[in-house]
Design a protein around this ligand. Structure first.
Ligand code: F0G
Length: 454
């Protein structure tokens, strides 16, 4: 089935000539975050805040209520959240990391672990900034890109329980499941797995939260892959997922279908909600706007309703699958099956002659920009960074290049073009060089580090 929408407005994009691309990349110190977006032809850096809003959302922008306190748009958002997620309390925040900052400052005592399937990089950073220790506990298959699995984002339950018993539950601040699991390829987590984690959490009296940036995509996979869910609506599945959690953080820049925004949800713990409200004021803002304009909340309320439409999700995830299929038939190794928001190329396999500390994923990102003006992002050792104590470069279990597809933005012609570019690169891959870092900040270095070709 084609997309359940048509295009009312277009935005021109331009491919600059190859020699200009080479110069721009040199000036950017081979860090694609330092490029100007107008020098990028197809931008697959992220699906975060890069989606297209609908006519209904844009109309909502005009209806936003900009009251400082008690805005109508806040109450609209609250009622949509209650309806879709079934949690009693929510506060808006400016984006996902704002939610992490506020919530984690209340929940983590220095030295405590936060265990999850795999924490996203800002999540990991916020856990560490509060003195906590992020621990990833995803199933083994997630690290093997050629083993197909239905729910490669699942938590390894045995390891989770072992971690709790070996360290003692008091050493665990809370459990956090990321749905879908971005860092291993947008892989989904099954309802059965969330339920198992819930059982373990209750057994040891621990709280369970969801990092719910891509909750609707996860629900779509449950509907299509997990027994017993085929006849349920996306909203029913979402409600069931969230009913198993004590609360959530959410970057609304993904499945909220907005360009900015985030949420903290709390199922029923009034005391925690009151603490969150108090912590919000000096950081994100008064709890009925949380760093957002009234119009942003209005657009988000409408985006949340649109994202749980199954025909939208079918087209969305269908497009990601389409690109994955094109790459596979060109002999390019990718994480299989493809996830919800991106195709992850296994750059470690694609460029086996480049060692992890010369960042094969980054080398491939550079090559893809030079070849076709396409911007993608490394998810591997460059992103992972250094050991906090020894300062040595960590080796990521996977060296990936993420081709992240913005929502409702590109057509399948764009996907064909990207696939052809990678197929061309494959012909000359033996000559591709790695990179080394010349300058880097301590936290989240990949955004601003400078690099050179080896
Ligand atoms: N959690 C997950 C799973 C994410 O993917 C992100 C952001 C965040 C939290 C933080 O949210 O950006 O709104 O502050 N992911 C983007 C990405 C940046 O490119 O994957 P944020």
């Amino acid at each position: 089935m084609p997309e359940p929408y048509k295009i009312k407005m277009v935005e021109p994009i331009r491919l600059i000539p190859p020699d200009e691309r080479r110069r721009k990349l040199f000036d950017a110190h081979y860090n694609l975050f330092a490029l100007r977006a107008e020098d990028v032809f197809i931008d697959l850096l992220t699906d975060s805040g890069t989606g297209a809003m609908s006519d209904c959302q844009w109309a909502g922008i005009m209806c936003g209520d900009e009251a400082y306190a008690g805005s109508r748009s806040y109450y609209n958002l609250e009622s949509v959240c209650r309806e879709i997620f079934g949690h009693r309390y929510m506060v808006p925040v400016h984006q996902g990391r704002g939610a992490e900052n506020v919530l984690f400052s209340l929940l983590i005592k220095p030295g405590q672990m936060v265990v999850g399937n795999m924490h996203f990089d800002t999540t990991k950073a916020h856990i560490e900034l509060k003195g906590g220790l992020p621990v990833n506990c995803v199933v083994r298959d997630a690290y093997n890109t050629s083993v197909s699995g239905l729910f490669k984002g699942n938590v390894d339950i045995d390891r989770l329980e072992r971690l709790i018993t070996e360290n003692g539950p008091e050493k665990i601040a809370f459990i956090l499941i990321t749905v879908t699991c971005n860092s291993v390829g947008g892989q989904p987590v099954s309802m059965a797995n969330i339920r198992e984690v819930r059982r373990v959490a209750e057994k040891y009296n621990l709280r369970l939260f969801l990092d719910a940036a891509r909750f609707a995509e996860n629900a779509y996979f449950i509907k299509n892959r997990e027994e017993g869910y085929g006849d349920k609506s996306i909203t029913e599945i979402v409600r069931e997922m969230f009913s198993l959690a004590d609360g959530f953080t959410m970057s609304a820049k993904k499945d909220g279908l907005v360009n900015i925004g985030g949420l903290i949800g709390i199922k029923e713990d009034r005391e925690l909600y009151n603490q969150v409200r108090a912590a919000m004021v000096p950081i994100e803002g008064f709890p009925t706007y949380g760093g957002l304009a009234g119009r942003d909340m209005e657009a988000l309320a409408r985006g949340l309703r649109e994202v749980v439409d199954e025909s939208y999700l079918r087209a969305r995830i269908g497009q990601v699958e389409y690109l994955g299929g094109r790459l596979l038939s060109a002999g390019i190794p990718i994480q299989q099956p493809v996830g919800g928001h991106a195709v992850f190329v296994d750059a470690g396999k694609f460029l086996p002659h480049i060692p992890y500390d010369q960042f094969p994923g980054q080398a491939l990102a550079i090559e893809l920009y030079l070849e076709a003006g396409v911007r993608a992002v490394e998810i591997g050792s460059f992103l992972l960074g250094r050991d906090l104590v020894s300062g040595t470069q960590l080796k990521s279990p996977l060296e990936l290049l993420r081709l992240t597809i913005p929502r409702r933005v590109y057509t399948n012609n764009h996907m064909d073009y990207v696939a052809e570019a990678l197929a061309n690169i494959r012909q000359r891959r033996d000559g591709i060089r790695g990179v080394r870092i010349t300058e880097e900040p301590k936290v989240l270095r990949h955004f601003t580090a400078k690099l050179e070709l080896v």
